[in-house]
Ligand binder design. Structure first.
Ligand code: GDP
Length: 387
């Protein structure tokens, strides 16, 4: 028996342990249900912990992320947030905005008296400091997103350049079929895999060659759609032969791509036949070999550099971990910036105060004290039953 508040959900809790075996467990469960117990829904225990004030919303989200973690960086990030690293940072922001707001209200309500404990100059300095802290935290979302949600990545290139071999190098097993025949990979394979600090949502695609084979041509059009949506394009070329017509067509597509393009000159274990000017207008060009593994560490380091903010250490710093958190903090920051402008330009104090109030409301929604019920329901729907 765990008496409130000394239990995970913060309520009186009883844990029943019985011998194993599904029939025995089932019998105990039936007895409990007959006695009036209700079965837990997804994330029930964590949700109750949120409602009884034992956890904030970002801590509850972090527990969900911890249960789903696929990489070590994700575990570090989620456990730091579950222990309250992000919640403490948000609470300090909330407290400081509240202090400013009460100072402004004192000025509005008692304009004649010198009640405000902060001068106009001090208010400006504090608002600027809070704004800078919010901007820093917003920047951490780049890292949080790369770790938690993964980077939509496409491996593209002409047939036989070594896409499937590279894919297998990343994935660590033989998920894709590797053959010497052009056009073997007909459909899009996808896997999520950790690469150092980041997570790649990696697709191996059919080649982009024009083809009369209807099955292969469906694969080709899917590949194009993936290329357009990708955040990271790993474009593979066979360095052991001169660039083909298809290679040139791909280069033209890549110049139009919106995502970040990294050129991989594969088969670097063989003598190179690629003229040095082939990739002159691409900023990221690496020599790799799927056979020997050469260049793959440099690729990992480059991707980490491109997709994280570089300064954030997931285990140590507060990091925004979801689009929901980013959107709420962005709203808080924009309202604070408006209040700062109003204050700087000498607009009436109540305008600055109403923007500060909006900023405070966005912060409160961000970490639970006034989060929307639908948002909470959505967060817990992603938990597994019980937990
Ligand atoms: P894809 O059609 O682009 O997916 O190419 P595959 O991965 O199926 O590779 C085509 C051929 O190139 C296979 O025979 C691979 O063994 C070979 N290959 C792939 N990468 C390398 C490499 O780095 N060095 C060498 N020497 N051969 C490679």
């Amino acid at each position: 028996v765990f008496r409130a508040p000394h239990s995970y959900p913060g309520e009186d809790t009883v844990e029943i342990t019985c011998h194993g075996g599904s029939l025995l467990t089932h019998t105990v469960l039936c007895a409990l249900l007959e006695a009036g117990a209700k079965q837990a829904g997804p994330g029930e225990f964590t949700r109750r912990a949120l409602l009884s004030g034992k956890l904030t919303l970002t801590e509850a989200e972090a527990i969900g992320n911890l249960l789903d973690a696929k990489s070590e960086a994700q575990i570090h990030l989620a456990s730091s947030a579950a222990r309250g690293r992000l919640a403490a940072t948000l609470e300090a922001l909330h407290r400081d905005v509240l202090t400013l707001l009460s100072t402004l209200y004192a000025r509005i309500d008692y304009p004649e008296e010198d009640l405000a404990d902060l001068s106009t100059e001090e208010i400006l300095v504090r608002e600027e400091d809070i704004l800078a802290r919010m901007e820093r935290l917003l920047a951490s979302y780049r890292t949080g997103k790369a770790i938690n949600e993964g980077i939509a990545t496409v491996l593209c290139g002409a047939p036989n350049v070594g896409k499937s071999s590279l894919y297998n190098c990343f994935a660590g097993d033989d998920l894709a079929i590797v053959t010497d025949l052009a056009g073997t990979t007909r459909d899009v394979l996808q896997t999520t895999l950790p690469l150092g600090k980041v997570l790649l949502r990696l697709c191996d695609t059919a080649g982009l060659r024009e083809t009369g084979d209807p099955v292969e041509s469906i694969g080709v059009s899917r590949s194009r759609a993936r290329m357009e949506a990708a955040e990271l394009l790993l474009a593979v070329f066979d360095a052991s032969r001169p660039p083909s017509e298809e290679d040139h067509a791909l280069l033209a597509d890549l110049r139009r791509a919106e995502g970040c393009v990294v050129i991989l000159q594969n088969k670097s274990d063989l003598p190179t036949q690629l003229p040095p000017e082939t990739f002159a207008d691409f900023p990221y060009v690496l020599s790799v070999s799927a056979t020997s593994g050469a260049g793959l560490d440099a690729l990992r380091a480059l991707i980490e550099r491109l997709f994280t903010d570089g300064e954030t250490v997931p285990a140590r710093d507060a990091v925004l971990a979801s689009a929901r958190q980013y959107a709420a903090l962005y709203e808080a920051k924009e309202a604070l910036a408006r209040s700062l402008t109003a204050f700087r330009t000498g607009l009436p104090t109540d305008l600055a105060a109403s923007d500060l109030e909006r900023s405070l409301a966005a912060l409160a929604a961000l970490d639970g004290s006034s989060a929307n019920e639908e948002i909470i329901a959505d967060i817990f729907s992603r938990f597994c039953v019980g937990k």
